[in-house]
Design a protein around this ligand. Structure first.
Ligand code: NAP
Ligand code: HSE
Length: 446
């Protein structure tokens, strides 16, 4: 019976460093709980001469990732380097050697998940990825194991800590986007390339993983509609607040069949999307602040569930890596393969991803218009021709000048119809710049 499981880490940055430190600080606790010892026997980093926040004996530092993966003394490979090229090579090589892999790399899973899970199956080596979505929240385990008896009707999540941190500080402090992003980078929340965060791609990687788990077929990255938060300005956050809403970047997996059942025209299928949306202030997601994440899942048996916690940063993410390491070690000890299969193809062919064009929503629109008579009438006439109803329209005071903001709240319209109408409105002579369009999330709907 295996008494010690040897780990090889690739990456010793924010997450890798926290994992290494936690494994040494909590060695006795983990041994007592697992009945075996987790021991780091090798770690690869890019630049071994860089000063680190944790102490590591030089003898543990490997020349490169290959020295970790091919080390016969390494039982489990832990990929915490990020990126999709070298990381793919390293993870594939480990799986092909029959070694289980733990990763926090959602970009890698999004781009190459199908290939990696196939390699894991073919080589009877498990691939664990709890830390890839929502940092310290065990949402992978929840969808894969705890809710296994449920059909997922809807899932909405705040799954990018950096964007939530930026939007929160813009709302609470009136802070500037660029300053807050710099703070998020300093605190270790942001990706090495922070455009992955602010342009919505990181949230899209995570939402695709959650959609695949929830619906049992592989959702390809190009099937996930992605909008980031760069176009959300302080005035939008203030106007949303005045209307009783908070703007959040949401990852959304909606069952469109259920929407059709409510008398709307969408076809059956699921929508998988990331977009900034107005969430009613009395909905729990509106009060998820700073780098916290939350995922609301509605199952057909369990009803509404909500999972909340720190979505980024060294320790919360390391907590999820430790959970995977415990599973990997126990699976190795009990020679267990595919204990709970990662992506069960139960729904292949039964459902599909619906194009964003068909998604129906209410909208918040901010126009910048010349302050002259007749402008509202022209805007209303374009919307009327597109059969889009206006629920309210107002021009906030304090913006006197040639060009002023006008806020419109619109009734349900499909993305395609709304886009066409906005293109026409943007061409009106009195309208300046590109309209800002944000969805109003119907959290009671599917
Ligand atoms: P990070 O701080 O930039 O650390 C990356 C580590 O990988 C560094 O130690 C770096 O070495 C090492 N590395 C880079 N290229 C390498 C190579 N070719 N060979 C060997 N080592 C290499 O990144 P992080 O924030 O820890 O993120 C790591 C992974 O976790 C990413 O996939 C990220 O998306 C994911 N993740 C991060 C968070 C978070 O809050 N930070 C949360 C969840 C998931 P040097 O130290 O020498 O540069
Ligand atoms: N950059 C990511 C975020 C890290 O801000 O959520 C956690 O996955």
């Amino acid at each position: 019976m295996m008494q010690q499981v040897n780990l090889g880490l690739i990456g010793g940055g924010t997450v890798g460093g926290a994992v290494f430190a936690a494994l040494s600080e909590r060695a006795d606790l983990l041994t007592a709980r697992l009945g075996l010892r987790l021991s780091v026997v090798s770690m690869a980093v890019r630049d071994a001469s860089r000063p680190r926040a944790f102490e590591i004996p030089a003898s543990l530092l490997a020349k490169d990732w290959k020295a970790v993966v091919h080390n016969p003394n390494v039982h489990v490979v832990v990929e915490l380097m990020g990126g999709t090229t070298t990381a793919r090579e390293a993870v594939l090589a480990a799986l092909q050697h029959g070694k289980p892999v733990v990763t926090a790399n959602k970009a890698l899973l999004s781009a190459h998940g199908e290939e990696l899970f196939a390699a894991a199956r073919a080589n009877l080596a498990n691939l664990y990825y709890e830390a890839s979505v929502a940092g310290g929240i065990p949402i992978i385990k929840i969808l894969r194991e705890s809710l296994v008896g449920n059909r997922t009707l809807a899932l909405r999540g705040i799954v990018n800590g950096t964007c939530n941190y930026i939007l929160t500080r813009m709302k609470l402090e009136g802070a500037d986007f660029a300053d807050v992003l710099a703070d998020a980078q300093r605190l270790g929340f942001a990706e090495a390339d922070p455009s992955l965060d602010v342009d919505g791609h990181d949230a899209a990687h995570k939402t695709g993983i959650l959609a695949s788990l929830a619906h049992g077929f592989w959702v390809r990255p190009e099937q996930v509609h992605v909008e980031g938060i760069r176009h959300v300005s302080r005035i939008d956050i203030q106007m949303a607040e005045r209307l009783g809403y908070t703007i959040k970047l949401l990852g959304v997996v909606k069952n469109m069949a259920a929407r059709a059942g409510k008398g709307r025209r969408s076809k059956a299928g699921i929508l998988v999307a990331v977009y900034p949306a107005l969430v009613r202030n009395d909905h729990v997601l509106a009060s998820v602040n700073h780098a916290f994440n939350a995922v609301a899942v509605r199952g057909d048996m369990v009803g509404e569930t909500l999972f909340y916690g720190r979505g980024a940063g060294g320790n919360p993410t390391a907590s999820s890596v430790l959970s995977d390491l415990a599973d990997a070690a126990l699976d190795l000890r009990h020679d267990s393969h595919e204990r709970v299969p990662a992506f069960v193809p139960h729904a292949r062919g039964k459902t599909h991803v619906v194009p964003m064009a068909e998604a129906v929503s209410r909208y918040y629109v901010r126009l910048t218009v010349m302050d002259r008579p007749g402008v509202f009438a022209r805007v209303a006439s374009v919307l009327g021709a597109a059969k889009i109803g206006i629920s309210s329209i107002f021009q906030p005071e304090g913006h006197e000048g040639e060009a002023v903001p006008v806020i419109l709240m619109l009734h349900d319209a499909s993305h395609a119809v709304l886009q066409k109408a906005m293109a026409r409105i943007a061409r009106l002579p009195a309208v300046r710049g590109i309209p800002t369009v944000l969805r109003v999330e119907d959290t009671e709907g599917a």
